[in-house]
Design a protein around this ligand. Structure first.
Ligand SMILES: NC(=O)c1ccc[n+]([C@@H]2O[C@H](COP(=O)([O-])OP(=O)(O)OC[C@H]3O[C@@H](n4cnc5c(N)ncnc54)[C@H](O)[C@@H]3O)[C@@H](O)[C@H]2O)c1
Length: 287
């Protein structure tokens, strides 16, 4: 959210440079047989929901609702609370973050650029990836790192909203399998979700980590909320299964244990999370 120009520079300009190199057939580029872009669930923004009469794609939640502790999304047509369903690849693309916008453009650059260059290309829309090896220092790489660092430093965890907001946490080995399948599959010009298809709420993530670390840090549900956060998004994997043969093998309980075992072999330093929270607060992005 804070380094808009950097997101655009790396995700959009970096990708356009790559395509230029391929278009000019610079040294080595003729051996590129396929492009696979690490796209993101962030391009969907809020996921797919069942409204009163049809599937709906809620936009940003009403600040009044959020201030009153109503965190669920409403059906934009009826105003009823809507129910999240798996988000498929034909769902509305309406990113709610600058990062999501840059990933959407990056995906389109690769799929469109690949087609015009005659290089088969595939986009994989990763859900929330986690696992051994992920950065424990960068506060933007996800809540498993953030919560782990806090718990291992003996600090409390402050959970936003009511803790029932969900994400689809997919273990790194499954992401690698899906990526290898996309490299080998005879498909082109398509986008695929990569996740587990399971929604896990943020409070459960904190509790699972605390249990794995045997920590007694307190988990506090604060009711605070971040402007622009989505409430739910989890993957519909039908297309990835039928075209790529992708079926995730690691459920959250096993994956989080493997992650926590690895974290305990690492030197845990400041994740920069508290700094990022004060920065969000000072910019009016955390309420
Ligand atoms: N981690 C997730 O949950 C997730 C979800 C969806 C999509 N993705 C996408 O997957 C990709 C990898 O993400 P990650 O989570 O492994 O991130 P990461 O920050 O762990 O790794 C990013 C890598 O890119 C390199 N990099 C950064 N800027 C660069 C530049 N200008 N030129 C060349 N290399 C540069 C970094 O050095 C680092 O090795 C990204 O495109 C990200 O958008 C990740």
């Amino acid at each position: 959210m804070y380094e808009i120009d950097r997101y655009v520079d790396v995700n959009i300009r970096g990708t356009s440079l790559l395509l230029d190199i391929l278009a000019k057939k610079e040294a080595g580029s003729e051996t590129v047989r396929r492009l696979v872009v690490a796209s993101s669930r962030a391009i969907y923004g809020e996921g797919k929901y069942k409204g009163r009469n049809s599937y709906v794609y809620p936009g940003a939640r009403d600040p009044g609702d959020l201030s009153n502790g109503i965190f669920d999304c409403r059906d934009p047509e009826s105003g009823d609370i809507a129910v999240a369903v798996p988000t498929d690849e034909d769902s509305k693309i309406h990113p709610s973050s600058i990062y999501g916008i840059t990933k959407q453009v990056q995906e389109q650059l690769i799929l469109t650029g690949g087609a015009s260059l005659g290089i088969p290309s595939v986009a994989l829309r990763y859900q929330n990836v986690y696992g051994p090896g992920q950065s424990l220092k960068n506060p933007y790489t996800g809540i498993l790192s953030i919560f782990s660092t806090l718990l291992l430093q003996g600090k409390d965890i402050n959970i936003f909203e009511d803790g029932k907001e969900t994400r689809d946490f997919v273990y790194i080995d499954d992401v690698v399998s899906a990526t290898l399948a996309a490299i080998d599959a005879d498909v082109s010009g398509a986008a695929y979700n990569v996740g587990t298809g399971q929604a896990t709420d943020v409070l459960s993530v904190a509790q699972a980590l605390r249990a794995n670390y045997g920590s007694d840090g307190e988990i506090k549900v604060t009711g605070n909320f971040r402007v622009g956060d989505i409430r739910h998004n989890f993957a519909d994997l039908t297309r990835a299964k039928s075209d790529l043969g992708f079926v995730p093998a690691v459920d959250f309980a096993h994956g989080v244990k493997a992650f926590a075992d690895w974290v305990q072999t690492q030197e845990v330093s400041d994740s920069g999370y508290e700094r990022s929270v004060s920065e969000m607060r000072s910019k009016g992005l955390l309420k």
